[in-house]
Design a protein around this ligand. Structure first.
Ligand SMILES: [Mn+2]
Length: 493
């Protein structure tokens, strides 16, 4: 991959974190992305309506009313187009010429004392490989000089959070604001990763996968869950230059594994792990703001019990069935259906379900009872990446479980999506179900009750769709025998 690789040449516009880490040419990564966006917008806008794409980067924030500043993380759309690491910038792309420009704040001399040497526009231009860099107080004059027919600004809704993406304050008064085309075009661009983006996600997967192996080898009864989290974070930063986790790590053991967002501030991975526990680790790192999102599940003491293994194998079989079926044209909700069927069949084989066929179980919505979440989501600059429900795409399904899918689209080459089937024994779902005749007639009560302490199993890979099928970027042991062997010290890969 020209420009993106651990041995790519280091130029003025290269991002990297030192020896062995991924080197990213900003020209190769963002230059190509900007070309793609310009092409897409030119296709939908007549020539006299092609103005200036104008974006606002992330702003410096404070911790409530204190002077504490959380480490700045660039806004994803702005990072996507420009790769700028600083806060409080704006940027523009001229749709006529394709030229990209950045507007930086004019910082006071005191900045140099506290934050480091002030960099001038020429140095910044080389760092970000754009056509021009100006100070923000020059933006109005620069934009007026270009005389665009309008400014294209972002306005839309994030379909995962339901939150609004709000347009920036325009740099000049009086120019018409065009608020339709850009959001749809850039969101759709982000769904289809360029080969360079895939390389960055592949790297985040390599580092994240290694860090999961480090946790597997560190695990033992008596350890606290957060000690595994600590092992993960240390590996990613120390070996991969990944300074932050992509999301709050979930290091769940025993019954905590059934709590889908365990690890939050009020449940901070603080249980002491016991012999006989199954543990579920959902941890991903980010590199250059592109992430991995990986889940492994394994016994704390390195040996599956027969009951754990039966559930684990049902989930593994589901993951493998889905990976084998994924290719362009496949509808994502059909993969949720496939995963549910394989898992329910496995639970029947293990004696947890009875008195019916898989079709009966599906009709009673038992899929969502054991796996209440969606099978997977787009992954990129956001853990739940944008573009799942575009205006003209398939609507969110209504059926239980399927309604949690973050996309209902057909798979297409270049999409990066997670495949994360799971099976959980969550008392908040199962205890009411045991009292509901529609579902309880298929549930083997004693067996279900005996599994409540197990928590659950999730297996999550990050997958890129190719022309003919798919490729997993995640590389962790999955076969239960191999999991046990690697935990016992066998070499991996
Ligand atoms: Mn995920």
């Amino acid at each position: 991959m020209a420009g993106v690789g651990v041995d790519a040449p280091i130029e003025a516009d290269t991002y990297h974190m030192g020896p062995g880490t991924l080197r990213i040419s900003r020209k190769a990564l963002h230059g190509k992305i900007r070309e793609k966006l310009v092409e897409k917008l030119r296709a939908v806008l007549p020539e006299d309506k092609r103005g200036l794409v104008f974006l606002e980067g992330g702003k410096e924030t404070h911790l409530y009313t204190s002077d504490g500043e959380p480490l700045f993380r660039q806004e994803a759309y702005f990072h996507y187009l420009f790769g700028v690491q600083e806060c409080d910038w704006t940027g523009a792309i001229c749709l006529k010429t394709g030229k990209a420009m950045l507007f930086m704040p004019r910082l006071p001399e005191s900045y140099a004392v506290w934050m480091g040497r002030l960099k001038g526009p020429e140095e910044i231009k080389a760092k970000y490989a754009v056509d021009a860099v100006h100070f923000q107080d020059e933006a109005a004059e620069v934009v007026r000089g270009l005389a665009p027919p309008c400014l294209h600004v972002l306005r839309g809704k994030n379909t995962d959070s339901g939150l609004d993406v709000k347009p920036p304050a325009p740099p000049v008064e009086g120019l018409p604001l065009e608020e339709e085309a850009l959001f749809e075009a850039i969101t759709e661009c982000r769904v289809f990763k360029t080969p360079e983006e895939v390389e960055v996600i592949r790297y985040a997967n390599r580092i994240g996968s290694e860090a999961h192996i480090a946790m597997m080898r560190a695990a033992r009864p008596g350890l606290m869950e957060y000690q595994l989290e600590s092992t993960f974070l240390h590996h990613c930063y120390n070996k991969g230059g990944s300074r932050s986790a992509m999301y709050t790590p979930i290091a769940a053991s025993g019954p905590n594994a059934a709590i889908l967002h365990y690890g939050h501030a009020a449940a901070p991975n603080d249980r002491q792990m016991q012999a006989g526990d199954l543990s579920l680790l959902d941890c991903g790192c980010d590199y250059y703001l592109y992430g991995s999102d990986i889940t492994t599940t394994w016994p704390v003491d390195g040996k599956f019990t027969p009951e754990q293994r039966a559930v684990y194998e049902a989930v593994l079989k589901a993951q493998r069935a889905v990976l084998a079926a994924m290719k362009p044209g496949v509808m994502w909700p059909d993969m949720q259906d496939l995963a549910y069927r394989v898992i329910l069949e496995g639970l029947a084989d293990a004696g947890l379900l009875a008195q019916g066929s898989v079709d009966d179980f599906m009709a009673a919505e038992l899929g969502a009872l054991f796996m209440p979440h969606g099978l997977g989501h787009f992954l990129g600059l956001n853990t739940h990446d944008v573009g799942g429900y575009p205006p003209k795409g398939p609507a969110r399904p209504a059926r239980p479980g399927f309604n949690r899918l973050r996309t209902a689209r057909a798979l297409e080459p270049g999409m990066v999506i997670t495949v994360e089937p799971g099976c959980y024994f969550n008392p908040a779902l199962l205890l009411p179900a045991l009292e509901d005749p529609k579902q309880s007639r298929f549930l083997v009560r004693d067996k279900i009750m005996a599994h409540l302490n197990m928590g659950g199993v999730r297996l999550e890979d990050n997958v890129v769709i190719t022309e003919t099928g798919c490729e997993s970027l995640t590389h962790v042991p999955r076969d239960p025998e191999v999991v046990e062997a690697v935990m016992a010290g066998k070499a991996w890969p």
